[in-house]
Design a protein around this ligand. Sequence first.
Ligand code: SAM
Length: 656
Amino acid sequence: MATKKSSPAAATPASKAAAAPAPQPKKRAASKAAKPAKPAKAARPAKATKATKAAKVVPAKRAASIAAETTDLPTKSGLPASATVAEDGALLLEDWTPMGQCLDWRAGLQTWAWQADQLFDEQKVPNLAHDSGAISRRNADVLAAWCAGQDAAGTLPDEIVLVELGMGTGLHLRFLLDRFQHLCAQAQRDWYDRLAVYATDVSRGVLENARDRKLFKDHEAPLHLGMMSAFEPGIFRPLVQAEPVDLRGKMHAVYANYVLDLMPMDLFRRRTTEAGSQWQAVLARTWLAQPERVPVYVDLDVDTLRAAIAAGDFRALIALFPLTEVELRTFPVDLSNHPDLATLERLADYIEAELGADHELLTEGTVACHSGGALHVAARIVAALTPDGFASVRDVGLTTAALAAVPRTYSHYGPTAASGVNMVEFDDWFAQGGNGDGSGGVDAVVRCVAPDTDGPRHQASRLLCRMALPEVEAAFQTHFDADSFAHVEGLVARARAEADAGAALELYRAAMAREPDNWVLMTEAAKRALAGGLDPQLALLLATRGVGLNPEYSPDLWVIYGDAAWATGDHKAARQAYAYALEVNPRDPVAHYGVAFVDAERGEFRSAFAHIGEALAHDVDGTHRPQVLRLLDVCLRGQQQLRAEETERLARRALR
Ligand SMILES: C[S@@+](CC[C@H](N)C(=O)[O-])C[C@H]1O[C@@H](n2cnc3c(N)ncnc32)[C@H](O)[C@@H]1O
């Protein structure tokens, strides 16, 4: 049979695994161009990809809502009383609303609660960098510095309460605990034994995954899985019992990675005239395009959808994400009652002073990207710490005045929405004690510690604490400075660019010497070792080590393991590995292809056809279609040949 002659990896010009779809932020505004023209009805203004000129003054009620809704997740909907239909047939779902609180954004936030587990399993969230172990190592080292300081001062608590907010896969926390346990053993200290760990998220799905996949099975520290919202830090709702536990004032260490960027934000612009400051805000309205296509996505009529939205239930809307569109516009607003006005004025002053009055970014006024939700949530986290506790936060950040002055919208990961946190504003906010007048929920003594240089690709970490913690702050600044990431990042960048595979593998080897537990590096290196059949044994070694560290969350890694096992002749192990990949993500087209391939080799066409069907169904962008169709052809011919042989045998039998 033809399939026996080529390996799964060799069956495609590019390795199957290398061609796995990379998570891409979906830019919604761009979808407008693809929209088919429709007969004219009511006029709908052209959708803008960024702030456009003001058409009218924002209604007073809406302007007030900007002030009122900055700090809390709004559940109110600006659903128009009667259906508004645009000339192209699109239905208005929500009228003008502050951009970072609009229906599309709020549905994005609710998506986490309903679908976070699926988003992680399908690798739709770019979480690899923060789940690789590299951030966990750093956080474990900082935690050890905190324990050492407390121990030396004789103030180490019997129980150290450690909380991760928005833990996602939970891998960051697991690797942190691994490393911390190792550090404690090395230092011969009992700090690890004192831990009470709270692994939290707003998604029941990710918590159940952690429980069912036994993510923390190697850890003896009391580990509590449960819900905690960033809007209510400290209120812990266990997964298995109803009674919430109040941890406010009891948390010693809190971690929030890539959570603050989900919080509501606003985009303002200040124009300074002789009459004083005039503010504008970007508002958004959310449309449902092609309402006649709703039944393709959900079994619901449009009226029921509108009723669900009005009731704050966005599940159907989330399913309809491919049909939703957001229109953005700039409106003059009256911010005189905005709770963070002083912060905004300071931010705009700072940007103007940094960039200079003639800067091209300032010709239309000064953009103030207000990460209001992130600021207030961070303040609440600090308020819920013990007086000697600390919080470690990490996010994509607008780390310079020039970055903070660019008008921007938010990005989508699947239906979820996120926006870089304005770190210029964040640092100033804590330095000034909130609005500089003690308001904003910020204790004037909150310390916001930044490394000298923020990390690459605008990744920014901050340590927040209420009293000076010199050793902890020093450890944090060392471990989270861009310098501490530069060496490994440099090696990896060179390895990726290196044409010579052997030289590339040497660079990966050097990077792994620095980060021996980084399974993401192992995945990349194994892929490279496998490409072109270079060194399947090495690929298998790397993949084996990788899946030892992360058997739960990387279908890609299992697929590479499968390809490497196949290439070294162990087809049974290869099939098992592809099957494991499907346990993580049942919709992984590459893993389905892998199973189909091995089954086709064995002549098990019925199963092969089933997996080929799945591979095609889930390969929505058609990335793997050519190789899957080739395999389909092989299977059809193989089946036909089998049938011909059977028929011949039957004929021979009849003649006997
Ligand atoms: C971008 S992911 C980051 C996950 C993980 N911390 C990481 O670094 O990979 C955001 C996580 O925050 C959770 N989340 C969403 N809204 C939240 C909220 N209001 N409070 C706490 N967590 C939230 C999501 O379910 C998701 O697991």
